[in-house]
Design a protein around this ligand. Structure first.
Ligand code: C2O
Ligand code: CU
Length: 463
């Protein structure tokens, strides 16, 4: 009955009382950690040249200057942003991968009210983890994200090892017709399969950009897959590349990049040792599927710095609590297709279909009375998600608010990665362990947005 109580409360108090907690947060910082001036993030509709030839209309972004800005934060230091909604439909901001208070999580109905056109919402939190994260709306996401509202966040740890360059690459597609204008964002029959792919692929809103980096230097290359559909298989040609972090967390043991598959929502940090000779290029490629693609290039400039990748100190792990596996409770999570129910109309953009389900329940859409939580978790207790994919498609499953550790997979050996998004392969069984150390309602959903919006969404409640 807790469900009904909270839902009724949300309904009854609508926009007024319940969500106040988040606002109050800014006032809670002590003098030593005074709340900073908020960064203004205004959602806007703009024209942008993405293809290199045509100007695309109806592009959505934050700010007015092309791609949403890369946000820089510092681990353990307060951050504040004011969302001003300048687009003609409601929106919110979700801070993907960041373990922050529930009231700041940006999910309509579950954690905050819609931010209507012309309205504002104040976000304030202190990032507990360093690494590469990202931000995006959590309302009408197929359109808002599909049209551009996906930005990268870098949280710095000042004690990280020294690189000679830090390059951020926001990877995403656009569904544009031959005239450079948006076409229908999805096809229902594709939504029921792997999702509908974009027609134009971009890196930092450019087709195959090239960046300069010091010859013989060490580059920290931060890749964020912010596309709504595409799964990448990353490969680097022309230089030695080591995987140093995945999904914002340093990998337990760094390893040479051969090919690594990552899905929507995921991030990859590579240490790349640039070639010694000036003018040499390094290419970042996606070799997934039948149509390999160069995503971006790095060009060596200047005299060689002669750095040695082996000298690079390891990154410090983030302060994520390790689950107590002896005491952990197991929660079965079954990912499946469904033909049941149809989605309800939602101001946050229903696609009008139900194709997918978590534990047999398709998410009805972002409504004031969603499904009951998958599970009610006790604050501080350890849990293991026993997740099984019964579908013939891959699903990047994302948990809000808490980071998990990958324990085991039916596909073979896995490193104990700490992450917020796991790409579950067809028919894979995987175990994800975490401590329920963050109060509130936390979404668990597929980050292929068509899957998310046609049923593959649920949430867990930590009390
Ligand atoms: Cu990138 Cu529900 O999140
Ligand atoms: Cu999916």
């Amino acid at each position: 009955m807790a469900v009904l109580t909270r839902r009724n409360l949300l309904k009854a108090s609508a926009v007024a009382g319940v969500y106040g907690a988040g606002m109050a947060l800014a006032g809670r910082f002590t003098a030593a950690h005074a709340a900073p001036e908020p960064l203004i993030l205004k959602s806007n509709k703009i024209d942008a040249n993405i293809t290199g030839t045509e100007v695309t209309r109806d592009v959505l972004t934050y700010g007015t200057d092309g791609m949403p800005p890369v946000l820089r934060m510092r681990q353990g230091e307060p951050f504040a942003a004011k969302l001003i909604n300048g687009i003609d439909e409601p929106t919110t901001i979700h801070w993907h991968g960041m373990r922050i208070p529930n009231a700041m999580d940006g999910v309509p109905f579950l954690t905050q009210p819609y931010v209507y056109t012309g309205e504002t919402f104040d976000y304030a939190f202190t990032p507990p983890d360093a690494g590469t994260f990202w931000y995006h709306p959590h309302c009408n996401t197929l359109i808002q994200m599909g049209h551009g509202m996906t930005g990268v966040i870098v949280v710095d740890n000042p004690r990280d090892p020294q690189f000679d360059a830090d390059i951020v690459v926001n990877l995403r597609d656009w569904r544009l017709g031959g005239d450079g204008q948006f076409i229908a964002q999805f096809k229902p029959r594709d939504a029921a399969r792997a999702g509908t792919y974009g027609t134009v692929r971009s890196a930092n809103w450019q087709v195959e950009p090239q960046y300069d980096a010091p010859s013989g230097g060490l580059v920290r290359l931060r890749l964020a897959v912010t596309d709504v559909t595409r799964i990448f298989s990353f490969k680097v040609e022309g230089a030695q590349a080591m995987v140093i972090a995945i999904d914002g967390n340093p990998v337990p043991k760094r390893f040479a990049l051969d090919v690594l598959q990552l899905g929507p929502g995921q991030r990859l940090e590579l240490a790349i040792r640039m070639p010694d000779s000036e003018g040499a290029t390094v290419t970042l490629e996606d070799i997934h599927g039948t149509n390999p693609k160069t995503l971006a290039k790095l060009r060596a400039v200047g005299a060689s710095l002669k750095r040695d990748i082996g000298d690079l100190a390891p990154l410090k792990p983030n302060p994520v609590r390790q689950a107590d596996l002896g005491a952990a409770e197991h929660i079965p999570i079954i990912l499946s297709a469904t033909a049941e129910d149809t989605a309800k109309d939602s101001i946050c953009g229903s696609l009008g279909y139900s194709f997918w389900a978590i534990n047999k329940v398709p998410w009805p859409g972002d409504t004031p009375d969603p499904t009951a939580p998958l599970a009610e978790l006790k604050l501080g207790k350890s849990y293991v998600l026993d997740m099984e994919n019964l579908t013939p498609h891959s699903h990047p499953i994302h948990l809000h608010g808490m980071s998990f550790t990958v324990l085991s997979s039916s596909t073979g050996d896995v490193q104990p990665f700490v992450s917020d998004t796991y790409l579950v392969q067809p028919n894979e069984k995987v175990q994800l362990a975490f401590v329920a150390d963050n109060l509130g309602d936390w979404l668990l959903h597929c980050h292929i947005i068509e899957h998310q919006k046609t049923g593959m969404t649920s949430y867990m409640r930590v009390v």
